[in-house]
Design a protein around this ligand. Structure first.
Ligand SMILES: [Zn+2]
Length: 298
């Protein structure tokens, strides 16, 4: 049985651990996968594409071209022949190596498919990004979702993503999982770019339309006392159906009520600022309606 000195599962910390072949293989693969993930995280984003392809080929080599299956089988003690030295020549002469285990076939198949998808995604990704950078894209079309010029692209990427997702967690290969993660990141990034463009294309209004006038209502800067006075008079006038003269009386009596309050609290010679405030109280209900923007356009 092989002795494992891996770091991911801390066999090295224990000074090495004797493991079953299958478990040993798993530990070794976990270690390699962890180092690739680490590499990916610590890389400069500028060289990302380069790093991705390097890692991919390394993963491919580690998982496919140098599978641990064969060497494991050869090192296994040959119990049948009584030869415990595990000499490869004896093994290869007497026993057919069960190299194409079901797991290996599956792994190989998935990797092949994944590689195909990844290279297609990478090709299509660069064309898509080029198309996106064209400022004339989608000009002259009705800006409705079904007309969006990259709809077919989105559909294609979504389809690839679904396919890649079906590979997830099917095989116990952390290397494969790393590769799946890379492909999914590529697809998601592209979809994100398209989504951004789509939003600007379908809703250009949100980006260019000046909404200032809807937020600068004249009442925004009005004094709350004035607003309160106008509101009660307006409600009586519009909903209570009282006449214009009576509404004007209510407006004016509210203004004199506020003025009396100021005099009582502050004396006859109160702050000039408050005098100006009193001038803000409309004397006519039609002025109040105008200030609330309630007059119909005639
Ligand atoms: Zn280990």
């Amino acid at each position: 049985m092989p002795i494992c000195y891996c770091h991911t599962r801390r066999c090295a910390e224990d000074g090495g651990r004797e493991l079953d072949f299958r478990v040993y293989r798993q530990h070794q693969r976990d270690d390699v996968a962890a180092s690739y993930s680490q590499q990916l995280i610590s890389q400069n984003p500028r060289n990302e594409a380069e790093v991705l392809s390097t890692i991919e080929s390394e993963i491919l080599r580690a998982t496919l071209l140098e599978p641990p299956f064969q060497t494991d089988m050869m090192q296994e003690p040959d119990i049948l022949s009584g030869n415990h030295s595990g000499s490869p020549s004896v093994n290869s002469n007497t026993l057919p190596l069960p190299r194409s285990s079901n797991e290996e076939i599956q792994l190989k198949l998935t990797l092949e498919n994944l590689q195909k998808i990844q290279s297609a995604v990478r090709d299509f990704l660069s064309t898509t990004l080029r198309t996106l950078s064209d400022s004339a894209l989608g000009l002259g079309l009705d800006r409705i979702p079904t007309n969006y010029p990259l709809n077919a692209h989105v559909e294609w990427f979504l389809k690839q993503r679904n396919t890649v997702k079906t590979f997830q967690g099917q095989l116990s290969s952390p290397l494969l999982d790393v590769l799946i993660g890379l492909v999914l990141t590529n697809i998601n990034d592209t979809l994100c770019h398209i989504r951004e463009h789509y939003n600007q294309w379908v809703f250009p209004v949100l980006h260019h339309f000046d909404t200032e006038k809807y937020f600068s209502h004249p009442l925004r800067r009005a004094n709350p006392l004035v607003i309160q006075a106008m509101t009660s008079a307006l409600l009586l006038n519009l909903l209570g159906g009282i006449s214009r003269d009576h509404s004007n009386f209510i407006l004016q009596s509210q203004a004199s009520l506020v003025e009396s309050a100021f005099r009582l609290a502050l004396g006859a010679e109160f702050d000039p600022k408050l005098r100006d405030l009193l001038k803000e109280f409309p004397k006519d209900i039609r002025t109040a309606r105008k200030r609330f923007d309630l007059e119909g356009d005639i």
